[in-house]
Ligand binder design. Structure first.
Ligand code: PMP
Length: 751
């Protein structure tokens, strides 16, 4: 190489130091004639063309001097490239300065970064070059789909989910719009190791090897993506870059609308490319270290409400925030067209816009930590669920009278989660429809009508659903109990008559109930209950209770129904199904909510004998129950629970949550009881030692949490129990936020 430098460039006394490079070998050359960069490529006509295109591009940056951008140095044949032994040698001037990655970051420096990039883009706006325009790089954000397949190389399930989420967001938000945006040749790699600084100012840039003809806004997206690495307030720093850029080269609103997703797009490109590199270097610590800042930023980015990002970006460019409908107007429109008792959460309702995993985003830019919603069981907008739904709905969705694989495939998977003799499933569209069908199955099978129900239980909104829900028929507006309903007293070891954690407690409650059943002189068709009574205030049935009750019900010819709408699918941590907690196997199981992560689906699982008896000549048909889309979503939910070990997570994070709450209970006697299992938790609030319910405090906490952007709810006969039943991806960090917030609210609480 020294010989080439001497022969072709007349450089004497050369010292060569290797430098990082992607497509070429790079060397820093020190010589009597000065410092240079030597790039060595494998020779090919395409590489030659690319180098010439890049040189032409640099030639356009006339406002930049040799000290600001690496300029090509011609050889003694006045050519920008030297071909020798199948290699291309290319000499460039050396740009001095401190890399942005090493510089002290200040708002002024970031403004100057924006301004510098705008200068470059301004110079390139009318630059056309066929070679560059033909490029199709994986690093070009308009071709993000080129890297999508690499996401499957990511091993860690949470990371894979994060990346796939942002791919879907790109497809939904960017893909339909990006081709209408301004296009230009851009540098396309303003990363912190390509930008040079001096005295709190950006002074240079290197490496035009990734330049492409693409949406102009991608330049800013890329520069921001790297610029805000490691920042506690990434939006604040992003806005400095935007403001510096916009002053030189005004950005359009349509461009800013996509920026949040484009920044994420660059981050996922980077981590996907790292995942690909890891295939050939699985133990490379270098890759793991260098990809860390991108992962850290993605972890923060997911919590940022995209509307907040957009509003901040607009503000940085001096635009007014986009106007939105007010929540008052939205509520009045809703009230005009719906029954006035359609439930709305909170004194100060939330105008919801979007969600991701355990975070929800309102229309005003706020992010809420979701400690409440158990329907999005594997997380809001889980990419596997979204993709399953999108794939299937674009392919086939039909009534259930045709044969298609999704139904039996899903039924097989679901039934594999149940013990014998639970071998048959009926699909419906909600938990209510499932409860309703479960009761019909039981009454048909036993040829009896009376149903035994649990105090404070809730099973659904159909006629039968209300009739068997003490919570409803006995609650406000309820018309009371029907004659064919018999109630069990809630076997509550906190408030109830019998206390203690041994099986004896359950036996005592069971015996009492069995006496009630005997005295009723009615033949029971079915007994229905959850294993933890959600609407009763997350009350776990006393240990051993169901064993005795089930045994009695069966002995007199009835069947036992477990409502797993709230407790099923691993939420309880130690148990996949709630009935396992009581060491029983029901005859009929009611499923809903988490079964399809929010897509309307319910199911009834039962025995061959009960299913067979239902076939009395009347067909069973549900237009949508078990349709192809629902079943594909159901499959995805089961897959994700397994892949992401969500039952284990419910156990680990739930145990941690309960332990933290019990610590808090030591400081605050108003916390009467902390109970539940896994991520199905109740916190009962009391006024005094005689356990007077503290409804006011529970309501205060619920609404104070809402103002502090955490979603929880209250329930129980006195509405004095805080319920937490978050998506199962909830983390210990999320628990800390909940517990610290609760501590703050309790400290401030004055009765
Ligand atoms: N059973 C239980 C235990 C429930 O909590 C619910 C809903 N809250 C239902 C059944 C009814 O489900 P859905 O609202 O989907 O009809």
């Amino acid at each position: 190489m020294e010989q080439i430098l001497l022969d072709y460039y007349k450089l004497t006394n050369c010292g060569l130091n290797p430098m990082a490079g992607y497509v070429s070998e790079n060397y820093k050359v020190t010589s009597d004639q000065g410092i240079f960069v030597l790039k060595v490529y494998e020779d090919s006509s395409i590489t030659r063309e690319e180098i010439l295109a890049e040189n032409e591009l640099i030639g356009r940056l006339t406002h930049l001097s040799k000290s600001q951008v690496s300029q090509p140095v011609a050889n003694n044949h006045d050519s920008a490239i030297t071909i020798h032994d199948n290699k291309i040698y290319r000499l460039l001037s050396f740009v001095e300065g401190r890399f942005l990655a090493d510089a002290t970051h200040t708002p002024e420096l970031f403004e100057s970064l924006g301004s510098f990039m705008a200068d470059i883009d301004l110079s390139l706006m009318d630059f056309r070059n066929a070679g560059i325009e033909r490029r199709r790089l994986e690093w070009d954000l308009q071709h993000l789909n080129l890297v999508k397949r690499l996401a499957d190389h990511i091993q860690e399930p949470y990371q894979k989910k994060l990346v796939k989420h942002f791919f879907i967001q790109w497809e939904l938000n960017v893909y339909p719009k990006i081709s209408a945006l301004r296009q230009s040749v851009i540098h396309n790699d303003g990363n912190d190791w390509n930008i040079l600084t001096h005295d709190n100012e950006v002074t240079g840039i290197i490496d035009f090897g990734d330049s492409v003809y693409t949406a102009l806004i991608n330049e800013l997206a890329i520069t921001i993506a790297y610029g805000v690495f490691g920042k506690e307030e990434p939006l604040k720093w992003a806005c400095k870059i935007i403001s510096g850029y916009h002053k030189k080269l005004p950005i359009e609103k349509e461009e800013l609308n996509l920026l949040y997703y484009l920044i994420a797009g660059r981050l996922i490109t980077s981590v996907c490319k790292s995942a690909q590199e890891k295939l050939s270097q699985p133990d490379s610590e270098y890759i793991t270290i260098s990809e860390k800042p991108a992962w850290d930023l993605l972890n923060e980015w997911i919590k940022i409400n995209p509307t907040l990002a957009k509003n901040k970006f607009y503000e940085a460019a001096g635009f007014e925030k986009p106007a939105i409908d007010t929540i008052e107007h939205a509520i009045s429109r809703r009230k005009k067209v719906t029954g006035s008792n359609l439930s709305i959460s909170y004194k100060n309702p939330i105008y919801m816009e979007s969600a991701a995993f355990q975070y929800m985003f309102d229309r005003y830019g706020n992010t809420y930590l979701d400690a409440y919603n158990n329907i999005p069981h594997v997380g809001h907008q889980h990419p596997e669920v979204v993709a399953a739904a999108q794939r299937q709905i674009g392919h086939l969705n039909t009534n259930t009278r045709y044969i298609y694989d999704a139904l039996h495939e899903y039924a097989e998977l679901l039934l594999s989660k149940f013990p014998n003799p639970l071998t048959k499933v009926f699909f419906v569209n909600s938990g209510s429809a499932a409860s309703d069908l479960a009761i019909r199955l039981a009454q048909n099978f036993t040829n009896k009508q009376t149903i035994a129900v649990m105090e404070h239980g809730y099973h659904g909104n159909t006629r039968i659903g209300i009739d068997i829900s003490h919570y409803k028929y006995n609650g406000s507006g309820g018309k009371g109990k029907d004659d064919n309903i018999i109630e069990a007293t809630l076997p509550d070891t906190y408030r109830g008559k019998f206390k203690g954690s041994s099986n004896e407690t359950g036996r005592s409650y069971a015996n009492e109930f069995i006496e009630t059943l005997k005295h009723s002189n009615q033949e029971i068709a079915a007994f229905i209950s959850e294993s933890v009574i959600g609407c009763g205030g997350q009350v776990p049935l006393a240990p051993g209770y169901l064993k005795h009750v089930y045994s009695y019900i069966r002995s007199q010819g009835g069947v036992c129904i477990s409502d797993e709408v709230q407790t099923g699918f691993g939420r309880l941590g130690d148990y996949f199904w709630g009935y396992e907690m009581q060491d029983v196997i029901p005859d009929i199981v009611v499923l809903g909510k988490p079964i399809a992560n929010g897509h309307p689906m319910g199911a009834v699982v039962t025995t061959d004998a009960i299913a067979d008896s239902f076939d009395n000549g009347m067909e069973f048909f549900s237009s949508y129950g078990g349709n192809p889309v629902s079943c594909e979503i159901g499959k995805a939910v089961l897959r994700v629970i397994e892949d992401e070990k969500l039952q284990q997570n419910a156990k680990i994070v739930g145990d941690y949550h309960m332990a933290s709450l019990r610590e808090l209970h030591k400081d605050f006697p108003v916390i009467g009881d902390v109970r539940g299992s896994g991520l199905f938790i109740g916190i009962e609030l009391i006024k005094n030692e005689s356990l007077t319910p503290n409804t006011e405090l529970a309501q205060h906490i619920k609404n104070a949490f809402r103002e502090k952007q955490i979603l929880i709810s209250t329930d129980g006969p006195y509405d004095s129990v805080i319920k937490s039943k978050p998506p199962l991806c909830f983390s210990k960090e999320n628990v800390d936020q909940v517990v610290e917030t609760l501590r703050d609210v309790l400290i401030d609480w004055k009765e």
